[in-house]
Design a protein. Structure first.
Length: 276
């Protein structure tokens, strides 16, 4: 995917392919096929039973005939970046030195596009390995405005996704995240401050504060990821691109009265914004 002999620099190739720069320089450690199969099943169980911790997941796996200990389950969960719901998925773990901003959405009437955006990170299994996915979502319309994948949990692929969303759609009024270190980092908050965006952060352990992104992850995995086994990062990127186009333009949403995110998003924009 990244050709180090190409006349384009590695940085420019990453920009063209919408990949985080860290992805090009990172050498992943191989994961045993048995563990990859377990990680996929743990991910499925986590979506179905997000309150289940390592002990309950171990017992569920044992009921399926899998011989596994709680410590092994816990190790795989940490590698995947997930925890039981009451402690919030751990794909974005808080950094103790980073400041935390208040949650601004409580009792807020959200009635227009680009009023509130939200973001989060999730684990995506592949045939041989896994990647992480970050998406920027418009709260009002559920439209996926931008997304990136990476094989590391660094801040830069989150920054790339937000920069792309702002470049395409202009800045929102409020940006909501969880308290993960990627989103509380000085680079991330500075990007929002530089664009005049108010920063809102979920309460600790309050997964419902970012519920629409959590619902997106469930749709992505059950309607796309779990139906396929990506052979490479480029295959994951191509298939996810096709899915997000479908999700925005052709997939009806019950919460939107059967309309698509694109229909709601563009209908709510000022006419001069659409013309531009």
């Amino acid at each position: 995917m990244i050709d180090r002999t190409h006349e384009l620099s590695v940085v420019r190739q990453c920009q063209v392919l919408h990949l985080a720069r860290s992805t090009a320089y990172y050498t992943p450690q191989p994961t045993a096929p048995e563990d990859l199969a377990l990680m996929r099943r743990i991910d499925e169980l986590h979506l179905e039973h997000p309150f289940a911790g390592s002990r309950m997941l171990r017992d569920m796996l044992r009921l399926e005939g899998r011989k596994i200990g709680r410590k092994h389950v816990s190790t795989l969960m940490k590698k995947m970046g997930i925890e039981a719901l009451y402690r919030k998925p751990n794909t974005s773990k808080r950094h103790a030195a980073h400041p935390i901003h208040p949650y601004l959405l409580r009792n807020l009437v959200i009635d227009r596009p680009n009023q509130v955006w939200a973001t989060d990170i999730t684990y995506i299994p592949m045939r041989r390995g896994f990647v992480y996915l970050v998406a920027v979502v418009d709260w009002f319309s559920r439209r996926v405005l931008s997304w990136r994948i990476s094989n590391t949990l660094t801040t830069d692929f989150c920054l790339d996704a937000v920069r792309d969303a702002i470049a395409r759609h202009g800045p929102p009024e409020i940006f909501n995240t969880d308290q993960g270190c990627q989103f509380t980092s000085s680079d991330f908050t500075q990007l929002l401050n530089d664009n005049g965006i108010q920063i809102s952060m979920d309460g600790k352990g309050a997964w419902r504060d970012n519920v629409f992104v959590e619902r997106l992850w469930k749709s992505v995995k059950y309607e796309e990821v779990y139906l396929k086994a990506y052979d490479s990062v480029s295959a994951a990127k191509a298939n996810l691109s096709t899915y997000f186009s479908f999700y925005n333009t052709r997939r009806p949403h019950q919460s939107l009265d059967g309309k698509t995110p694109d229909t709601i998003y563009f209908a709510g924009l000022p006419q001069e914004r659409i013309a531009a």
